[in-house]
Design a protein. Structure first.
Length: 381
């Protein structure tokens, strides 16, 4: 049947927005035909589709309502990524950027969109409840975060990343093993005066206290790993000082580092929760004329690109940020996948750690650098 031409009587009243029905009536075709022009163009002849789109432009009709279309299909084609901080922080943090790239790659491989659900004060749970997604990936959230309850209430599939929940699919790394390797590395170099640097204004003053009250799985696991590496060497875990400052960026490390380095008994080694914190500590050391690594050894965690470029290059624990993202998407969308994935970590010795100098070594003796560790100035990747 040839569609009849519209006449002025088919025009919508000026005060009413155009709808799919308005357009169908104006063209004298069915609503399904109009819908196909936007959603299934292969079902129409090119000429008919062009007529429909031209009339839609004339009437100011942009296409079917995406919310209504989603409800009718029962699928959005999009994954929701719930972040624990504002988007400006997420796009600034190198480790998170690599993770986001992995999530984006996983979505692209499966022809899925990606919706970011950031932290916005007073609207956290509401953003989760209204997100048009088929499932969620939750990245590094506290166990008490109300958005986790909001996700569960939605009844959609979800995957936790850097989180501990025995009832959910999750992707983690070997935080504890990596932290233990960092502590053992420093112990093997002869260090005995340790401090710990954390972010987010942690109220703890000692490492033992921070481990006991930490709200984040990642923090607790890394603290536990450091403890397991230090206590066998005779280090009193309950006496290891902790300092922190707002957020978890380089400036936070500089502030926390200043607090730790200004102590009456200055440490010879720092264990930092992240590379950004470690780089900030090195900034604080430079401000005070404390030489790294001659007078202070520093170890980070993450192996962000800046770690290898620092002067000296930063000894750190490498973790697979990108793989965490791709694995999270796989667990969320694919069939026949495991409940839990734990990715490996790796010690990367570089120039920010060396054997403890003679005047600081226990008993006044020089401690030799173990052969399995890179020498000072190493440019290990």
């Amino acid at each position: 049947m040839t569609p009849r031409r519209h006449s002025p009587t088919h025009r919508r009243p000026a005060n009413r927005p155009p709808t799919l029905a308005t357009l169908a009536e104006a063209l004298g075709v069915s609503r399904m035909t109009v819908s196909n022009a936007f959603n299934r163009p292969d079902q129409l002849s090119p000429a008919l589709r062009e007529r429909i789109l031209a009339e839609a432009k004339t009437l100011g009709y942009a296409g079917p309502n995406p919310v209504a279309r989603t409800l009718s299909r029962g699928s959005t084609g999009s994954v929701g990524l719930v972040l624990d901080y504002p988007l400006t922080t997420a796009f600034h943090d190198p480790a998170t950027v690599q993770f986001l790239h992995g999530v984006a790659e996983g979505c692209e491989e499966r022809a899925r969109g990606l919706s970011l659900v950031p932290r916005i004060a007073g609207r956290d749970a509401a953003l989760v409840h209204t997100a048009l997604v088929d499932g969620f990936i939750l990245y590094c959230m506290a166990e008490t975060d109300p958005r986790l309850d909001a996700v569960r209430e939605r009844g959609l599939p979800y995957v936790l990343v850097d989180h501990q929940d025995g009832n959910a699919r999750r992707v983690n790394i070997d935080d504890r093993g990596g932290a233990r390797a960092a502590a053992e590395h420093l112990v093997a170099l002869g260090h005995r005066r340790f401090v710990v640097a954390m972010g987010y204004d942690n109220p703890a003053t000692t490492a033992a206290e921070a481990e006991a009250v930490g709200p984040y799985h990642v923090h607790r696991e890394r603290l536990a790993g450091w403890r397991e590496g230090l206590v066998p060497a005779g280090i009193d875990w309950a006496a290891v000082p902790v300092a922190s400052a707002p957020i978890e960026d380089r400036e936070t490390g500089r502030i926390a580092g200043g607090t730790l380095l200004d102590r009456a008994e200055r440490p010879t080694a720092v264990l930092a929760m992240t590379d950004l914190l470690a780089l900030g500590i090195m900034d604080a050391a430079a401000e005070r004329g404390v030489r790294v690594p001659e007078e202070l050894s520093v170890v980070g965690f993450d192996d962000i690109p800046e770690a290898a470029l620092a002067t000296p290059s930063l000894t750190t624990i490498r973790q697979p940020h990108h793989a965490k993202g791709t694995e999270a998407v796989r667990l969320l969308l694919d069939a026949d996948v495991p409940t839990t994935v734990t990715l490996p970590t790796e010690l990367v010795p570089r120039g920010s750690t060396i054997s403890l100098p003679t005047e600081h070594a226990p008993g006044g003796s020089t401690v030799s650098l173990p052969t399995e560790h890179a020498p000072r100035g190493s440019t290990a990747p």
